[in-house]
Design a protein around this ligand. Structure first.
Ligand code: UDP
Length: 419
């Protein structure tokens, strides 16, 4: 291995729609936003300044925010300075690219690596890395083709899928969040096996730790004797409707309650749909829709719950599952995507192979009725997720940068994507 990157590297992170300062759990912010904040902070701690470029999503947003450790957040004007649907952002990518290039010229900084997040940013990342002749790393976080195949009714555009294919072909490295995502990149996106590295997402083990169930319940003022928890953005792909049907099947369980954490004004349509389903099933009094909860307050909710349920049709990683395990709470999750490798079936929770309520109900009933099994699952889960600490994840990201800089990869300008 050659020079330690810490001695020379400055990183440009591109995140067109995922401003790390947005509150996660709303329609447009979730795991990727948490990831960006955590990885930038960890790299900053190692003396590697990161500039995160993101779209200016509100008129009052400052053009630059200090993220600590030499890292900065830079708001780039692209389109109106207000919320814009993700699907409509493609038209503003050339303006965003020009804004990043202009910032670099004005500041006179030299970036050694471009790391982009999500397909829209992949487009920008490819263009600016070519302009600067530096390596481009891309992490997609979700893949359009995989989403389309995971649930009937999902319709990610061919523009997205074609752009993803082009970025996969042109980037120097693609980071998959799980072995399953790597396989999808190989099979559905024809990525070369050498191009794809697996680096999982992480968890803040200091923040997410067991707090004691009774204490957490007292602090939250919760009375129910059996508590299930869902945490995440509210959208059909997350499968919360399956969980509502599970609650109706478990209605014999005394004192059973489900807390649904997540959802903001922008997800009002989906929240309304879920509320209606709860009414139709007659479980409206057993379900609380709590809206988004501050990330820092979530350990209380995970600790208060008996079981965290992740009924998604698709997850490239599934940070919520890992956060719950870190708090010593067993997880019952769909056997899809990254969840297949973040949870060990039968050791710290259960993986459910079908998107229907019966198998969930059967496993939840088993766990809810067995306190010692729950406790041993909780202990095993906490020990297992130590491997996902942000510090270890950042080391892996850094090792990847080192490898690229050592091999002196240069992107010929001819590979720049057309505007
Ligand atoms: N989250 C949060 N507050 C909420 C709901 C979610 O902080 O009200 C965070 C949660 O802790 C997790 C992230 O949003 O870190 C969701 O990540 P995940 O990978 O589970 O799902 P994604 O959003 O990537 O689909």
């Amino acid at each position: 291995m050659g020079v330690r990157v810490a001695e020379k590297v400055r990183v440009a992170m591109i995140s067109v729609h995922g401003c790390p300062l947005l509150r996660p759990g709303g329609r447009e912010a979730g795991g990727m936003n948490v990831y960006l904040r955590a990885v930038s902070r960890e790299l900053g701690r190692r003396g590697i300044p990161v500039d995160v470029f993101t779209r200016c999503h509100e008129a009052e947003a400052p053009s630059m925010v200090d993220l600590g450790g030499g890292s900065r957040l830079i708001h780039v004007v692209a389109g109106r300075q207000g919320p814009v649907e993700k699907e409509r952002l493609y038209a503003y990518l050339p303006q965003f690219r020009d804004g990043v290039l202009e910032f670099q010229r004005r500041e006179g900084v030299h970036y050694h690596i471009v790391h982009s997040h999500y397909w829209l940013s992949g487009w920008v990342g490819q263009a600016v890395s070519a302009a600067w002749s530096v390596p481009h790393v891309v992490t997609f976080h979700t893949l359009g083709e995989s989403k389309n195949r995971s649930r009937w009714g999902e319709r990610e555009s061919s523009l997205r899928i074609e752009t993803e294919r082009r970025v996969v072909a042109q980037a120097d490295k693609v980071v998959a969040c799980s072995p399953e995502e790597r396989q999808q990149l190989l099979n559905l996106y024809w990525a070369g096996s050498q191009k794809v590295a697996v680096i999982p997402c992480g968890v803040d083990l200091g923040l997410f730790r067991p707090m004691g169930r009774d204490r957490a319940r007292r602090q939250l003022g919760l009375k129910a004797s059996k508590l299930l928890l869902y945490v995440g953005r509210l959208e059909p792909l997350k499968g919360v409707d399956i969980l509502l049907r599970v609650v109706s099947q478990l209605s014999e369980e005394e004192g059973l309650h489900l807390m649904v954490v997540g959802g903001d004004a922008a997800s009002a349509g989906e929240t309304e749909r879920l509320r209606r389903i709860a009414w139709e099933l007659g479980v409206q009094n057993q379900v609380s829709f709590l809206g988004t909860v501050d990330h820092e307050a979530l350990p209380l909710y995970y600790s208060a719950a008996d079981i965290c349920v992740v009924p998604s049709y698709y997850e490239s990683f599934g940070m919520v599952a890992v956060e719950a395990l870190a708090c010593g709470t067993p997880v019952v999750a769909a056997r899809v995507g990254g969840l297949r490798s973040t949870i060990r079936d039968g050791e710290m929770g259960y993986l459910i192979p079908w998107h229907c309520p019966e198998p969930y109900a059967e496993r939840l009933e088993l766990l809810l009725g067995n306190e010692s099994l729950k406790r041993s699952f909780g202990r095993a889960g906490r020990a297992w997720v130590e491997r996902f600490s942000w510090s270890l994840i950042a080391e892996q990201v850094l090792a990847l940068y080192e490898e690229l800089l050592d091999s002196n990869t240069v992107v010929p300008p001819s590979m720049a994507l057309p505007a």
